[in-house]
Design a protein around this ligand. Structure first.
Ligand SMILES: C[S@@+](CC[C@H](N)C(=O)[O-])C[C@H]1O[C@@H](n2cnc3c(N)ncnc32)[C@H](O)[C@@H]1O
Length: 239
């Protein structure tokens, strides 16, 4: 059958096919735990800890959703504080590692890990007080921003918070225009975002703080790298 496009989802799926499949890539990457990758650290993001310390996020208990949780460091941190956490990732090898870490860290109630595409995950709750994404958005092809905004619209509770960490334009990631990425058929290791691009993408939310991540030294209990941009938004209560 040649005429396969009927719905918007068919268009999105066709565009997905212009890029290499993500799941085998991530499974291979997490298979070597000894590799030097910044996000293999067990330490939570400094911005997430800082939002909580400064009262920019309501404290636990609350429901949190970690999108593209990888080996679970931020999900486990939130669970250790008493949040009820659902954490989603495509990669079974990442989630195997996350499960081991959660058992080793022994928060009273660990995160629930879901192996799924974030756009297809079957979650136990309809809405979350906090949606957190450290490094997933910038690995999505441009057309999946449409799906991402629809996902946020569905799962972020009124008055809830959304925080994202992405490659900072000028420091890391591809700065090619969206259209060129389709011609190339590659995301070049992830897309760079500027503060204005994040504000514009999430313009239906109120920006509370958009800033570079604060780099952390080797002795820090937190993770921070200056090639990342961090952004915290709030959804208007009642919307
Ligand atoms: C750079 S890693 C960051 C992992 C983790 N958030 C951290 O900071 O340690 C990006 C993660 O996003 C996941 N990912 C990418 N696209 C995804 C999708 N569509 N659905 C679910 N997970 C996805 C990958 O498997 C990978 O674990």
């Amino acid at each position: 059958m040649n005429r396969t496009i009927r719905t918007t989802e068919d268009v999105l799926a066709l565009l997905d096919g212009l890029f290499p499949p993500a799941e085998p890539f991530w499974d291979r990457l997490y298979a070597d735990r000894s590799a030097e990758r910044p996000f293999f650290t067990p330490r939570p993001d400094e911005n997430l800890v800082s939002y909580l310390d400064r009262g920019l996020l309501p404290p636990a208990p609350g429901r949190a959703l970690d999108l593209g949780c990888g080996a679970g460091r931020n999900a486990i941190h939130l669970a250790s504080l008493g949040f009820e956490v659902d954490a989603v990732d495509l990669s079974a090898t990442a989630l195997a590692w996350a499960g081991e870490r959660a058992r080793g860290t022994a928060p009273a109630v660990g995160p629930r890990f879901h192996r799924a595409n974030i756009f297809e995950a079957e979650l136990p709750h309809a809405q979350y007080d906090l949606v957190y994404d450290s490094g997933c958005l910038h690995h999505l092809p441009p057309h999946r921003r449409v799906s991402y905004l629809a996902l946020l619209d569905r799962v972020l509770a009124p008055g809830g918070h959304f925080a994202v960490t992405a490659f900072a334009a000028g420091a890391m990631g591809s700065e090619r225009p969206d259209e060129e990425l389709y011609r190339l058929g590659a995301l070049e290791g992830g897309l760079a975002y500027s503060p204005d691009e994040l504000r514009s993408l999430f313009r239906d939310l109120t920006p509370l703080e958009v800033r570079p991540m604060t780099a952390q030294g080797p002795g820090s209990a937190l993770f921070g790298a200056s090639f990342l941009l961090t952004a915290l938004f709030r959804r208007t209560a009642g919307l």
